[in-house]
Design a protein around this ligand. Structure first.
Ligand code: NAD
Length: 271
């Protein structure tokens, strides 16, 4: 119930922990999260904290096989360097497989890297392969030239940037939509949005929980980030209430196409 099933049958926890900017001093928050129910950790080589994740999993006492671990290959490792980058991630994560490996950004040579991911997947070193920040044109390349349909596209998604077009495309192709920045990267306006606030009050929940629940009801997995135990707890407590169709509709009209700085349509980010 608390998982989405990916297109190859692998279960992805609906709520994960995003660990961008997690530093060694946040180790106790990570251990707390693991010991209190988080079973999906979303990291990346770019976050420079894969060793920290490995340590926290070990110290938490949670078995490696009970944690869904996502990591990503960064743009500077696309092309010929991808296999080596993957092996370095495995070494830092102190594991011999990852659950989900993503191309972090559609930078040059992403197709060459995709073929490497396909090989690693076929060798059994990755349970599911996918992409992040891919627009329709990048996905079309993968769908036409690749032999495996990506399991996931991880893209920025929140009530002010709903990604409705690409969401439909992903659903049509059986690619799981995962929302990064589900709170607009801590956007204060979102947390105090009057519509979200009113809906939250009606359910005795916080606006953060409404944002997460809204994503889940669109069949979108979420990876909110927090280092604060009470927020970590809150961000998992989104399975005991339901937004009505009317409430979902009220959130749908909050769309502002307000993408963050970190978006593939910012061309200079592509290189
Ligand atoms: P987010 O939208 O998850 O916002 C995080 C911020 O929201 C926190 O720093 C905290 O200030 C606040 N917050 C968290 N829980 C709260 C609560 N319950 N109440 C009030 N405030 C709360 O932003 P993010 O960290 O950028 O995104 C989440 C994760 O997505 C990242 O950690 C990372 O794993 C992933 N990510 C991926 C990409 C990509 O290119 N693939 C880009 C950015 C982030």
């Amino acid at each position: 119930m608390n998982d989405f099933v990916l297109n190859n049958g692998v279960a992805l926890p609906k709520v994960g922990l995003g660990v961008y900017k997690f530093k060694p001093q946040h180790e106790s928050a990570l251990i707390w999260a693991l010991q209190n129910g988080y079973r999906h950790i979303d990291t990346a080589s770019f976050y420079h904290n894969e060793e920290l994740i490995a340590r926290a999993i070990q110290k938490s006492g949670i078995k490696r096989t009970d944690v869904f671990l996502t990591t990503k290959v960064w743009s500077s490792d696309l092309g010929k360097r991808t296999k080596q980058a993957f092996e370095s991630s495995l070494r830092r994560l102190q594991t011999d497989y990852v659950d989900l490996y993503l191309i972090h950004w559609p930078a040059v040579h992403y197709m060459e890297s995709w073929f490497t991911l396909e090989r690693l997947y076929k060798e059994g070193k990755i349970r599911a392969i996918g992409v992040a920040n891919f627009e329709r044109k990048h996905l079309e390349d993968v769908l036409t030239q690749g032999s495996i349909v990506p399991a996931v596209n991880q893209i920025q998604t929140n009530p002010y940037y709903q990604q409705e077009d690409i969401h439909g495309f992903l659903a049509k192709h059986g690619i799981q939509h995962v929302a990064w920045g589900p709170f607009g990267q801590g956007n204060k306006q979102l947390f105090s949005d009057p519509v979200l606030t009113e809906i939250a009050q009606g359910h005795g929940k916080t606006t953060a929980q409404i944002m997460l629940r809204w994503s889940l009801q669109r069949d979108i997995a979420v990876i909110p980030k927090s280092i604060n135990p009470s927020r970590l707890k809150q961000n998992l407590e989104v399975f005991d209430f339901h937004l009505s169709a009317e409430e979902m509709g009220r959130v749908a009209v909050l769309e502002r196409n307000q993408k963050g700085f970190n978006d593939p349509s910012n061309k200079f980010m592509l290189w």
